[in-house]
Design a protein around this ligand. Structure first.
Ligand SMILES: Cc1ncc(COP(=O)(O)O)c(C=O)c1O
Length: 374
């Protein structure tokens, strides 16, 4: 049987063969990519800085740059300790594993969250835990303490009771209000439940609201922060929490096979990103808001608020479907997911205006019925 033709429907950016062919005509360095901020590449300045950081054996706690990064992030988050890891998934999974004890137990989270949808059900594998996905009610863009209270799994002979709550901020680029976080914190405390934050993009929330990382982190027992999204480092996340919690997580990291040796150059990229890229995130947000306005003007409907660096649209009434648009813009060296999401990051923020001009040209030609000539 012939292999089924892949369609370009993956919101996280898997592109089809035609797009690959069209983009292959460009130098990869010239391709402007709006699929995700995970595609952001280290700048020349970051790579040069990475060479300058000293290294040692982190297995012995002797990598001075890893130690500096961990101390810096722990201070920034107002926590006792921190641990550098390879990825956001490893950070979340280590956090959930380290908070939990033994089954039967479950983790309550937003139904749209990364830990629930995009981590291969890891918490079932690593901790034998069930997940309870909760949908926001009352038209809000985030789950509330009331939503959580309604979904809580109580202890019984039949149940896997809730033992941990995991939140995500930003979630799909939207910022969770600090008051809602505080409410959930108060509720979790009253119930004796630990609270984890997937703060892969907490940087963006913090830059946009002016609320410090510390002021967000104080409501959580553990916070995971990513450096290889909008901050542009090639690799790395940091998990923060109490000294006792991080000690436990270090042992789990060892079990996962994720302990480092001379990781200082990578940690150096994160320190560089913290100093040089974190303060610039507002530029991504401004560019994303501009992109959102332009897409709306062109007939695409915004389906979420553009709070930070993500723009979500749908194309029901649009002049060109997004899947088709992805193929057309590829001829100009632009890579988009072809479904609903555009993400602005330091690698493409200066290209948003050019991108929207190209879109307008394509739409114009489409209206004139000359698309086949492209
Ligand atoms: C909110 C969120 N958390 C965690 C991750 C996982 O990060 P990584 O790809 O570094 O494992 C991602 C990845 O995009 C994410 O968006």
């Amino acid at each position: 049987m012939p292999a089924e033709k892949k369609t370009n429907t993956n919101i996280y950016g898997e592109v089809d063969q035609l797009i690959k062919e069209r983009l292959s005509k460009f130098n990869p360095e010239e391709v402007i990519d709006f699929r995700s901020d995970t595609v952001s590449k280290p700048t020349k300045e970051m790579i040069a800085a990475m060479y300058t950081y000293p290294v040692g054996d982190d297995g012995y706690g002797e990598d001075p740059t890893v130690n500096l990064l961990e101390q810096t992030v722990a201070n920034l988050a107002g926590k006792e300790a921190a641990m550098f890891v390879t990825s956001g998934i490893m950070s979340n999974q280590l956090a959930l594993r380290s908070h939990l004890q033994a089954p039967p137990h479950s983790v309550l989270c937003d139904s749209r969250s990364h830990v629930f949808n995009l981590e291969c059900g890891g918490v079932a594998i690593h901790a034998g835990a069930l997940m309870t996905p909760v949908q926001p009610k009352s038209g809000k863009s985030y789950i509330t303490s009331e939503d959580i209270e309604d979904a809580l799994v109580h202890k019984s002979i039949y149940s896997a009771p809730t033992k941990l709550i995991s939140l995500e901020n930003t979630l799909d680029g939207e910022i969770m209000p600090i008051e809602a976080i505080k409410d959930i914190h108060d509720f979790a405390r009253a119930k004796g439940l630990p609270l984890h934050l997937d703060g892969a993009r907490l940087w963006n929330a913090s830059r946009e609201t002016g609320i410090s990382i510390k002021d967000y982190a104080k409501y959580f027992d553990s916070v995971s922060l990513c450096f290889s999204k909008g901050l542009g480092a090639p690799i790395g996340s940091v998990l923060t929490g109490s000294a006792e919690f991080i000690e436990r997580a270090r042992q789990w990291r060892k079990i996962f096979g994720g302990a480092w040796r001379q990781a200082g150059h990578l940690a150096g990229a994160c320190l560089y990103a913290l100093e040089n890229h974190f303060p610039q995130l507002n530029k991504d947000h401004a560019a994303a808001k501009y992109l959102g306005q332009q897409l709306e003007e062109m007939g695409y409907k915004l389906i979420k608020r553009v709070d930070t660096n993500m723009v979500w649209v749908e194309d029901t009434a649009a002049p060109i479907k997004l899947a088709e648009l992805a193929r057309e813009v590829a001829s100009y060296g632009f890579k988009i997911s072809g479904s609903s999401r555009f993400v602005v990051h330091l690698g493409n923020r200066d290209h948003v205006e050019r991108y929207t001009q190209v879109m307008r040209e394509i739409i114009q030609r489409h209206k004139e019925g000359v698309m086949d000539a492209i």
